[in-house]
Design a protein around this ligand. Structure first.
Ligand SMILES: Cc1cc2nc3c(=O)[nH]c(=O)nc-3n(C[C@H](O)[C@H](O)[C@H](O)COP(=O)(O)O)c2cc1C
Length: 176
């Protein structure tokens, strides 16, 4: 699949077949994505493929914390996480405040490459940041003493959503 097709066909997938993706394949994708640009070439990322128990604890913790908050999307994300075959936590591998913004931007870029590389292999993904609402809990659950920046779900797609709306391009480009 060409890059352009992957960019156009990628969607956030929230329904997956139950089959797991081999961790080796996920690691291969992440390794490729480490070619991503990063501010000062700091490569400020670390990742962990969590096991089923850790995944369940993340989903339950997120659900319990927000289940009574009316209109919050976190409980829905929690129920999606429960059904996601593979979950990766992406951590910030630095506590240097001077680079915080540039590091988080860099991690975002790298995650986007992961999503596109997975799409190229027809693997569905979901970029998840609602899990940042339980950063401290994720440290304990995953036994990694680093700040969570995002999670990424992986699996075989069991839905093929049509393109979600995008702003009109003329509302994006400033001409003054
Ligand atoms: C930084 C970021 C955080 C996101 N967090 C969540 C999340 O916590 N739960 C969720 O279901 N989707 C999450 N998404 C997916 C977005 O909702 C999705 O990208 C957006 O609605 C556009 O849909 P598309 O990805 O199918 O084009 C996140 C996406 C990004 C880029």
């Amino acid at each position: 699949m060409e890059l352009r097709s992957a960019i156009e066909s990628r969607r956030s997938i929230r329904k997956y077949k139950s089959d797991k993706i081999d961790n080796e394949i996920i690691l291969e994708i992440i390794k490729e994505a480490t070619h991503a640009a990063s501010g000062h070439n700091r490569q400020p990322w670390k990742v962990k493929i969590v096991n089923d128990l850790e995944k369940e604890k993340i989903a339950n913790t997120l659900y319990e914390k927000f289940k009574d908050v009316k209109g919050h999307t976190a409980p829905h994300t929690a129920s999606v996480i429960r059904e996601i075959p593979n979950l990766v936590v992406v951590y910030l591998d630095s506590d240097d405040e001077r680079f915080r913004e540039i590091d988080i931007l860099s991690i975002g870029g790298m995650i986007d490459e992961i999503l596109l590389l997975a799409e190229e292999k027809e693997i569905g993904t979901l970029w998840i940041a609602n899990t940042n609402l339980i950063k401290d809990e994720i440290k304990n659950i995953t036994n990694v003493n680093l700040e969570t920046i995002s999670c990424i779900g992986f699996g075989l797609k069991d839905q093929f959503p049509s393109k979600r709306p995008r702003k009109d391009f003329s509302d994006i480009v400033i001409n003054n």
